[in-house]
Design a protein around this ligand. Structure first.
Ligand code: ZN
Ligand code: ZN
Length: 372
């Protein structure tokens, strides 16, 4: 089953063409064999990203995909990912240039790509907010050479090819004459400096594929599916360029005790019909532990007790919602002979006054208001 193309590129469904291109370039940069050392898993992810880009960068294919999905593309005679050759082929077919030129961005070192990761929270953590450690694969600054690409203790020299300028003059013949433009030096990648002895760990790139760990503050009141952005915590950029951003998508785990409705929590309590008649005290779970609630004699099914302020805070706010406790009344079944006699005796004594519907309570109370 192919993954969702928007998810693969980490963009929203209404992303612009420029955003899609930027996202793919970011991914291509971090999954490039120079960085990943021809890791087969990275190569597979790269092909997946290229396939997603091939579809989403074409207006017609994207429309088909949005409406009919992957099936729609195939039934339309298009086979995503087919005919892909080497990684270099993919890049030059997509950008019409050699890889280095396309990803140098026209001069200067390239910034790092963004990262999307996930974390799961319980409702209790949503209630208080939490500091959460997240760990994710990322391109990180090489810890051996600290990013300068040189084996520690060896000199860094001026680039021979560009004379330290970081740029090369490229002359192109066109029908209008010669055109001269500056392109990023392919030896020093724009920095103007090259290590005499490349770092053993990163091969002189200054960055490695690693695992990054970050502690993030998740604010109280966050909703399921919301994303937090941590600027500069994404993939490391080329030397001298900023890192990308980290996005953490929050999933809130289902809680068997409560249903969340915005800032309110709803829970249910079950009592037998006899306790509903006589009145009772019930114990209910709240986020702050168990609490006892008195239910008056004659409480009806569907009755709600409101615990003010026992809900969740609004994101960025102080006031809390409420917890609503819904009373569910269970009618006893499988009566013994003795129980049946008691019920029959009670039934024989009931007067119309005993059966007066309680205003506003339960289904029949509401129905009466409708029909009267
Ligand atoms: Zn290194
Ligand atoms: Zn150079």
């Amino acid at each position: 089953m192919p993954r969702d193309y928007y998810e693969v590129l980490g963009v929203s469904r209404d992303a612009s063409d420029a955003e899609i291109k930027k996202a793919f370039r970011g991914l291509a940069r971090q999954l490039h064999p120079d960085v990943t050392g021809h890791d087969p898993e990275a190569e597979a992810r790269f092909k997946e990203a290229a396939e997603a880009y091939e579809v989403l960068s074409d207006a017609e294919r994207r429309r088909t995909y949005d409406q009919y999905g992957d099936e729609g593309l195939r039934s339309g005679g298009y086979d995503p990912g087919a005919g892909f050759g080497s990684m270099e082929d993919i890049l030059s077919s997509l950008f019409g240039q050699a890889f280095g030129g396309a990803f140098g961005g026209g001069g200067g070192p390239a910034p790092g790509g963004d990262i999307l990761t996930q974390t799961e929270l319980t409702l209790d953590e949503v209630s208080t907010g939490v500091a959460r450690e997240v760990s994710f694969p990322a391109v990180v600054v090489c810890s051996h050479c600290h990013g300068n690409g040189a084996e520690p203790g060896t000199p860094i020299e001026t680039c021979d090819r560009c004379g330290g300028a970081g740029q090369l003059r490229q002359v192109t013949r066109t029908p209008f004459g010669q055109m001269v433009r500056g392109v990023t030096c392919d030896v020093c990648n724009g920095s103007g400096k090259v290590p005499d002895t490349p770092c053993e760990v990163c091969d002189g790139v200054g960055r490695t594929q690693g695992q990054a760990t970050k502690t993030i503050d998740v604010p109280a009141g966050i909703e399921d599916g919301q994303r937090l952005r941590i600027a500069g915590a994404g993939h490391a950029g080329e030397p001298g360029a900023p890192a990308g951003d980290l996005y953490v998508e929050v999933a809130v785990a289902a809680d068997g005790r409560f249903e969340r409705q915005g800032t309110d929590l709803v829970s249910a309590v079950r009592i037998p019909a006899t306790e509903a008649m006589l009145g009772t005290t019930v114990t209910v779970a709240t986020l702050e532990g168990e609490r006892e609630i008195e239910l008056e004699a004659g409480v009806q099914p569907g009755h709600e007790e409101t615990l003010r302020g026992a809900g969740l805070p609004r994101l960025g706010g102080r006031r809390r919602g409420d917890q609503r406790v819904v009373v569910e009344v269970v009618v006893p079944t499988n009566l013994s002979e003795e129980q049946r006699e008691i019920a029959e005796r009670l039934d024989g004594t009931l007067e119309p006054a005993n059966l007066e519907p309680q205003h506003g309570d339960g289904f029949f109370g509401r129905m009466r208001n409708v029909f009267r």
